[in-house]
Ligand binder design. Structure first.
Ligand SMILES: [Zn+2]
Ligand SMILES: [Zn+2]
Length: 191
């Protein structure tokens, strides 16, 4: 058992290539319900995830771990083994949460422009917390990470595009108004 923990940690450090390390072997308290989270080793990624199997079913991902599980083609069977067919306690998603790794107050961010899924993020250590079933919803939103980013760009473009059109319309109206004024002015002067 000791060897298993040690080897998984070495692999974790290797995977992150010098990124800020979280002590993933430390038992974490769930930021949503306060229960101790279970360490779940994911062999395909060589990492440990913290899952609230005894409380609310939330999952804590440190640093960039979520990137390995948020696309449809990425394997989450090992995670599902621990959360499927279980009754989890309800939590108030509106309450403030603190990062179980470093204690910093987490920030709520929407996972996409659709604003359906809120992810709690720690801006200090990069940790992310997903409530029960949010990972599955997140994966259903887009096929790939590229599609998720493209949707954001498309949305911003639509908004900016509309504003530009309005500015343009206002600007050309001003020019028309001025030319009418000019005509009246010239008429008065008899030119
Ligand atoms: Zn919990
Ligand atoms: Zn943190």
């Amino acid at each position: 058992m000791k060897f298993w923990s040690k080897s998984s940690r070495i692999r974790l450090e290797y995977n992150k290539k010098g990124k800020q390390m979280a002590d993933t072997l430390k038992k974490l308290q769930c930021p949503a319900c306060g229960k101790e989270m279970e360490k779940v080793f994911i062999p395909s990624q060589g990492i440990n995830l913290d899952i609230c199997t005894q409380g609310c079913g939330g999952i804590y991902f440190d640093n960039r771990e979520l990137n390995s599980f948020d696309e449809k083609n990425e394997d989450i069977s090992k995670i599902l083994e621990h959360i499927s067919d279980k009754n989890f306690v309800d939590v108030n998603t509106a309450l403030d949460r603190h990062c179980p790794n470093c204690g910093t107050k987490m920030v709520k961010n929407f996972s996409s422009i659709n604003k359906e899924i809120e992810i709690d993020e720690c801006y200090n250590c990069g940790g992310k917390f997903l409530d029960n079933s949010e990972l599955q919803k997140l994966r259903a939103e887009y096929d790939t990470e590229e599609e998720r980013s493209e949707d954001v760009v498309r949305h911003i473009y639509q908004q900016v595009g509309q504003e530009l059109a309005q500015v343009d319309e206002r600007y050309s109206r001003t020019i028309t108004d001025r030319s009418i004024c000019q005509k009246i002015f010239y008429k008065l002067l008899g030119l």
